[in-house]
Design a protein around this ligand. Structure first.
Ligand code: HEM
Ligand SMILES: *[C@@H]1O[C@H](CO)[C@@H](O)[C@H](O)[C@H]1NC(C)=O
Ligand SMILES: *[C@@H]1O[C@H](CO)[C@@H](O)[C@H](O)[C@H]1NC(C)=O
Ligand SMILES: *[C@@H]1O[C@H](CO)[C@@H](O)[C@H](O)[C@H]1NC(C)=O
Ligand SMILES: *[C@@H]1O[C@H](CO)[C@@H](O)[C@H](O)[C@H]1NC(C)=O
Ligand SMILES: *[C@@H]1O[C@H](CO)[C@@H](O)[C@H](O)[C@H]1NC(C)=O
Ligand SMILES: *[C@@H]1O[C@H](CO)[C@@H](O)[C@H](O)[C@H]1NC(C)=O
Ligand SMILES: *[C@@H]1O[C@H](CO)[C@@H](O)[C@H](O)[C@H]1NC(C)=O
Ligand SMILES: *[C@@H]1O[C@H](CO)[C@@H](O)[C@H](O)[C@H]1NC(C)=O
Ligand SMILES: *[C@@H]1O[C@H](CO)[C@@H](O)[C@H](O)[C@H]1NC(C)=O
Ligand SMILES: *[C@@H]1O[C@H](CO)[C@@H](O)[C@H](O)[C@H]1NC(C)=O
Length: 491
């Protein structure tokens, strides 16, 4: 038989794709971007050593939980279970072998072609016949029931599929090419057949060029995540080191009683947060901080940096108060090394700044008094701002952040940060400091913030008539340990 060279190369191509899809090909690239300003992951050796000492089983923990920051391409596939019996059997026979664990993610060559993780909502667990109580009231009632608590203006802006109670679970598929992500989804879909229905899909991806690792407002994201004891025992200067049980259920210092099978799982919060970038930029341009020596543009940039608490490069305003310092932003040993002390007033960093609201550091006393740590692995979605949008100061194409956070307790984690710190003008440090100007929410009504946002005029009251971040809703999930996927969830 004569094989044409075209056919031969097609064949090679198809075989290459098949091995890649099944994760047998040794990878030389990474699913993660790892920008220099973010903490480096521990080496596989160091993580295994820490885990062995702590009795933590890294192959039982889904990879996205502890190693899921700064991905290149990630697609979220929200699904409904149509036939529980078939779904369970396929879950065990076909999906479990595809699930990526934490240990695999630690080196390029052990990473699969595409990370595959799965998580279930409370209605999903119920659909699988699970009656055990995971002991988190927010998870149990679901995110829809939480919309008011979170400050959303009802559910008018929610993606309709998040309001119908039909989302039983989500697949997280991440890789360094969209082609691999799509191939992996096709694989999952073929395996599950008609036992599940894809209800809603969100395609997310890192921003291009020098914005890689930055969220759509332009700031480097993912810098300050806690180091989990028993996984990363060498926290960087200023990085929180937290008990395993703050993120994983049933581990050290998880204060709640859980079913045994849920140990080493984690609650996964998903929020689709639309970002109105031209509108945000216009607000900064129209309300610059006026300080001698600063141009209007520099004053606008300073206002934005003080709202976040960091400059676009990641350099914190507490350490670099008047201008960005890209070398500091890129230095993960230095860019998180501050506590808001000396001076602990808001001269260097406003009380209402996004990062101070979410982690007040020494404002709370020792870091161990902070029981509100979460592990974020958010990724942007949607295209870059177009020239027409920039010129008109108006968003016409949706873009934003696929916000993700893991924690062992949604009530004291994500929900607390949004409700009690970001949305609360009486932040515990000082009354009347206002909302988090970027992510704080007031049911769609005007927000205000002072919080010493303007260092020259500390009582200047900023009124934010429109939100820059619009909640499109989401859901609360449980990311189970692999052992539960092999047993409780599939039998
Ligand atoms: C579109 C919405 C959001 C944007 C644009 C945004 C942006 C940022 C940026 C630029 C940082 C600084 C870099 C870093 O430390 O990673 C940050 C930090 C952080 N954000 Fe957000 N964020 C958003 C939503 C949220 C939400 C909804 C929460 C939680 C409810 C949250 C919690 C945090 C936390 C805990 C930190 C780290 C604070 C620290 O440890 O210093 N963010 N965010
Ligand atoms: C892993 O892959 C990334 C690119 O994706 C590359 O920059 C890095 O050097 C690789 N690391 C190793 C140890 O090969
Ligand atoms: C760790 O977890 C994996 C996956 O569930 C399991 O196969 C293995 O037996 C566990 N190892 C130990 C030592 O428990
Ligand atoms: C991947 O799938 C998405 C959604 O179905 C589609 O829009 C996109 O074009 C696909 N991309 C590639 C590279 O196959
Ligand atoms: C666990 O909690 C106790 C009591 O709250 C605290 O003293 C201890 O520091 C915590 N352990 C870790 C590792 O954070
Ligand atoms: C949840 O955990 C708390 C603290 O251990 C315990 O008192 C309570 O009974 C638990 N509730 C359920 C439903 O398991
Ligand atoms: C990063 O910061 C640390 C701590 O300040 C410093 O020792 C180190 O030299 C810096 N690295 C670079 C490349 O500047
Ligand atoms: C903040 O504290 C510093 C040092 O104590 C002081 O110089 C400054 O005036 C204070 N600023 C405000 C707004 O209180
Ligand atoms: C956009 O906003 C800028 C800053 O306020 C303003 O100068 C410009 O005229 C606005 N453009 C339009 C089309 O409204
Ligand atoms: C804020 O005001 C309340 C009510 O007046 C008071 O109980 C609380 O101590 C004040 N908090 C601070 C930080 O001043
Ligand atoms: C700021 O103005 C708003 C009205 O826009 C008001 O409700 C709020 O109390 C003011 N804040 C302070 C600290 O004066």
């Amino acid at each position: 038989m004569k094989i044409t060279s075209t056919f031969a190369s097609l064949l090679v191509c198809a075989l290459g794709l098949a091995t890649a899809v099944h994760g047998q090909q040794k990878k030389t690239t990474s699913i993660l971007i790892n920008p220099p300003g973010l903490p480096k992951l521990p080496t596989a050796e160091a993580a295994k050593e820490a885990a062995a000492a702590a009795g933590l089983n890294l192959t039982n923990i889904q990879g996205d939980i502890v190693v899921g920051m700064s991905k290149l391409f990630e697609t979220f596939v929200f699904f409904s279970i149509a036939d529980a019996t078939t779904f369970k059997s396929k879950l065990r026979s076909d999906i479990l072998p595809l699930i990526t664990n934490a240990e695999q993610m630690l080196a390029n060559e052990t990473q699969p072609d595409t990370l595959v993780n799965i998580a279930f909502s409370q209605t999903g667990l119920t659909a699988l016949g699970i009656t055990d109580n995971l002991n988190d009231t927010a998870f149990q009632s679901g995110q829809l029931a939480n919309a008011q608590t979170l400050g959303d203006p009802g559910t008018t802006n929610w993606v309709p599929q998040f309001t119908t109670g039909t989302i039983h679970g989500v697949f997280l598929l991440a890789s360094d090419t969209q082609t691999s992500v799509n191939a992996s989804l096709a694989n999952v879909a073929a395996a599950l057949g008609t036992s599940f229905t894809q209800v809603y899909t969100l395609v997310a991806l890192a921003r291009p060029g020098n914005q890689v690792g930055h969220e759509h407002f332009g700031y480097l994201d993912g810098i300050s995540n806690p180091a989990i004891q028993g996984f990363d025992d060498n926290p960087l200067p200023g990085q929180a080191s937290v008990a395993t049980g703050e993120i994983l259920l049933g581990e050290v210092n998880d204060t709640m009683t859980r079913p045994a099978w849920a140990k080493d799982g984690s609650f996964f919060v998903f929020r689709q947060l639309e970002q109105l970038v031209p509108e945000f930029d216009k607000y900064l341009t129209d309300n610059p901080i006026v300080e001698s020596g600063l141009t209007v543009q520099e004053g606008a940039d300073l206002l934005g940096a003080r709202m976040i608490g960091r400059w676009p490069s990641g350099a914190p305003v507490f350490l670099s108060p008047l201008a960005d310092d890209p070398a500091l932003g890129a230095n993960s040993s230095a860019n998180n090394d501050f506590t808001y002390t000396a001076p602990n007033n808001a001269t260097l960093c406003p009380f209402s700044a996004h990062i101070r609201k979410n982690r007040p550091r020494a404002d709370l006393g020792a870091e161990s008094k902070n029981t509100h740590h979460i592990l974020r692995g958010s990724i942007p979605y949607g295209p870059e701002v177009t020239a027409a949008e920039a010129a008109s100061n108006k968003t016409t194409i949706e873009r934003g952040m696929a916000f993700t956070a893991y924690q062992s307790n949604i009530v004291t984690g994500f929900q607390f940060l949004q409700q009690t710190w970001m949305n609360n003008p009486n932040f515990f440090v000082k009354n009347n400091t206002g909302f988090d100007p970027v992510v704080g929410a007031n049911h769609g009504a005007a927000r205000w913030t002072e919080g010493n946002l303007d260092p020259i005029n500390p009582t200047r009251n900023f009124t934010l008539v429109n939100d820059f971040v619009i909640s499109r809703g989401g859901e609360y999930f449980f990311s189970p340990p692999l052992s539960a996927i092999a047993t409780t969830l599939s039998t």
